[in-house]
Structures are given as C-alpha cells and as structure tokens.
Design a protein around this ligand. Structure first.
Ligand SMILES: [Zn+2]
Length: 54
C-alpha cells in the first residue's frame, strides 16, 4: 500500500498516511497534531521516479 507524506501548513508538522486510492482524497486529510485541513502532500514518490534522469 502506498505511503503518502504530508506537511501541515499551519503547524508545519510532517506526517505520513497510508491510504488506498479511494481514500486518497485531499479534502479528508487533516493534520493529526492540530486538526487543520491546510495540509499539502509532499511528492516524495514522484521525486524518486524522476531522479534517474541526467
Ligand atoms: Zn497542523
């Protein structure tokens, strides 16, 4: 199952969530620390895929 990295833009806490594709809905993601919905996904998997260019 994929692990998604998020960072809260309110308290700057980073956290990981393991989600299925159906659960991967940004509107449902809340910060576990402060409960804010103002979170942003970190594209760690995307960087890993594209790092091989050069
Ligand atoms: Zn927060």
């Amino acid at each position: 199952m994929p692990v998604y990295d998020y960072v809260c833009k309110d308290c700057h806490k980073s956290f990981e969530l393991v989600l299925t594709l159906t659960e991967h809905d940004k509107d449902k993601i809340v910060c576990p620390k402060c409960g804010s919905k103002n979170v942003e996904q970190e594209m760690t998997e995307f960087f890993a895929v594209t790092s091989k260019k050069s």
